[in-house]
Design a protein around this ligand. Structure first.
Ligand code: KIV
Length: 265
């Protein structure tokens, strides 16, 4: 029988210095393909608003959307750890948070992801107490794109960097068991990764985090509107989807991806 990836597996991987590989997934067929190649984590990301619906941002995604795709991904997955995104404004009050997290866990998620810093400390504690593991998400948090004034690298000034470091530590102390760090300079991502005991998964955060995640459409080079600088088209090397995923896994595990070209200073 396949041994499932759990929060303990991921923590152990950080402690052993083994890189964690992660991709977004939205349906059973791709989930099965990713799972068979050995991807450790699959995220039903609210990026589906952009790559499936074709929107300019993630804000229109609903809990029902994520629940539907989580059910699909769960049914294609044997081994990988499955995380579901809590969409924009679905965790604004404790009542909403618990009800929506329950819907996503019932759909097959093993953890939910929320975007933001220390203001989520009580949310994380409340979810943990009710049996819901939580993944944090800091840096370029796409649900705040209009506050940032666009999809921009975060943490470049000393003040911003210090704040992000503190938020990461606050979330880890509150009980977050995994942290996604998006679009921050490599040196800051390294500092944050070394300062918390939980695994940190980077996207546009350089090679020093405990693992890497990409949006699957970016990794295949088929995103409709835009290819981020930090992403790499793995399909163009062989033209075969399974080989592309295999190559992504090998490059992350071998520390080859991301290189400087796909990172920020
Ligand atoms: O929604 C998403 O796909 C994400 C990843 C970019 C980490 O949050």
């Amino acid at each position: 029988m396949t041994k499932k990836v759990t929060t303990s597996t991921l923590l152990n991987m950080k402690q052993q210095g083994q890189k964690i590989t992660a991709l977004t997934a939205y349906d059973a067929s791709f989930a099965k393909l990713f799972d068979e190649q050995g991807i450790d984590v699959m995220l039903i990301g609210d990026s589906l608003g952009m790559v499936l619906k074709g929107s300019d941002d993630t804000l229109s995604v609903t809990v029902e959307d994520i629940a539907y795709h989580t059910r699909s991904v769960r049914s294609g997955t044997q081994r990988a750890f499955v995380i579901a995104d809590m969409p924009f404004m679905s965790y604004a009050t404790p009542e909403q948070t618990y009800q929506n997290a329950a819907a996503l866990m019932a759909a097959g998620a093993s953890m939910v992801k929320v975007e933001g810093g220390d203001w989520l400390v009580d949310t994380v504690k409340g979810l943990n107490l009710r049996g819901v593991p939580v993944c944090g998400h800091l840096g370029l948090t796409p649900q705040s794109v209009h506050v940032f004034g666009g999809f921009k690298v975060q943490g470049r000034s000393d003040l911003q960097a210090e704040m992000l470091l503190e938020h990461a530590q606050d979330l880890a102390n509150a009980g977050v068991q995994l942290l996604v760090l998006e679009c921050v300079p490599t040196s800051l991502a390294q500092k944050i990764t070394e300062s918390v005991s939980i695994p940190v998964i980077g996207i546009g955060a350089g090679a020093k985090t405990d693992g890497q995640i990409l949006v699957m459409h970016d990794m295949f080079g088929i995103s409709a509107n835009y290819m981020p600088k930090f992403s790499k088209n793995y399909l163009e090397q062989t033209g075969d989807m399974r080989e592309a995923v295999k190559s992504f896994i090998e490059e992350v595990q071998g520390g080859v991806f991301p290189d400087e070209q796909h990172s920020f200073e």
